[in-house]
Design a protein around this ligand. Sequence first.
Ligand code: TYM
Length: 339
Amino acid sequence: MAKQVILTGLRANNGLHIGNYLGALLPMVDMANKHAAEYQINLFVPDLHSFTTPIDHMQLYEQTINNLKIFVAAGLDLNNPNIHIYRQSFIPAHSELTWILDCFTGFGEMSRMTQFKDKSDKLSEDRISVGLFNYPVLMAADILLYGASYVPVGDDQSQHIEFTRDIAERMNAKFGELFVVPKPVKEQHAFFGKDQGLRIRDLTDPHKKMSKSDETGKGVVFLGDSADTAKRKIIGAATDSLNEVRHDYTAQPGVSNLLDILTLLGGNAQDFVGQNQYGPLKSAVAEKVAVFLDQFQGSLKHVDTSALTHKLETSEVAMNAQASQTLYRVQKAVGLRVA
Ligand code: TYM
C-alpha cells in the first residue's frame, strides 16, 4: 500500500521571520526527518499563493530558492527519498485542479474565511484580488492532489484545512471516491502534539501573529536581520503594566510571547517567571535571538546549492507524476476526459 502523506507549505514573501522559523519551519523539518521512514513527506513552497497580496515580484523567484535553502540550513535531510521539496507553480495540476474545485465552491463559503476578512480589511478595495478570495481553494488543491492525510499548519490555517475536508467530502459524495479526506484538525493536533508549533506574535502588537505581510516590519524579526537590529526590536517589544513576568496569553500576550521565544531558542523561561521587571527577560531574549541569527546566517551560507537544485528537480518530476494522476481522475469524473 502507498505510504500516507504528510504535506505542508510555507510562502516565500518578504523573507522569513523567526515566527515562521521557530513556530513552523523548524517543527516541519523535525517532523519531516522524524516521520520520513513511515510517511511520504511533501514540503513545498506555495509560490502562486505569494501574490494574493501585493509583493515585490522581482524578488519572488530568489526568495523561493532562499526559503528552500532555509529548510536545508534548518537540517532537512535531502538524501531521504521519502522527502519531497517542490515549487507549486512548477506543477501545473495545482492551478488546473483549483479551477475545477472553484466551480464546486460556494461564494458564501469563501466569504466566511476569517483570513480573507482579516487580510482584506488591511487592503484598499482595489488591491483586494479575486486570488486572495480564492486562496483556500488553491490550498485545498495543494493538499488533495497528493492525498495528504496530515497537514501540519499553524492555527491561522485551520479553517482552510476544514474547508479542504468539506470540498473533498462534497466531491466524493457527488463523484465517488476521488480524494483522500485529510484528518480532522483535532486529530492532527493529537498526532503532531508539540511538533505542531507555536504561534509567535508580533512584537509591537502581541494580539496579532508575527506576519510576513506586516509592512512596517517593526514587530517582526526577519531571519536576515542583523543581530543588532533584532536586539533593538526585542528590547522595544510591547509588554504591559502589570510588572510581573507570567505566562498568560490573555492578560500578558507580549510577555508570554517573549517567554515562548526564549524557550524555543533553548533558554529557561522559569528563570524569569515571577520577576517584577521585564528588562532582564528582554535582554536575555535579545541575546538568544542575536546568537541564533549569527549561527543561522552562518549555516545558510554553507548550504550546497547544487545538491538542493538536484533534489528540487527530482522531486518536481516525481510530484508532477503523482499530481497528474489525481488530476486525471478528477477530469474523468467531471466529464473532461473519457473513462
Ligand atoms: P504561511 O506561509 O503564511 O505560513 C506558513 C506556516 O507558518 C505558520 N505561521 C506561523 N507560525 C507561528 N508563528 C507565526 N507568527 C506564524 N506565521 C505563520 C502558518 O500557520 C503556516 O503553517 N496558506 C499557507 C501556505 C499554504 C499551505 C498549503 C500550507 C499554501 N498551501 C497547503 C499547508 C498546505 C500560508 O499562508 O502559510
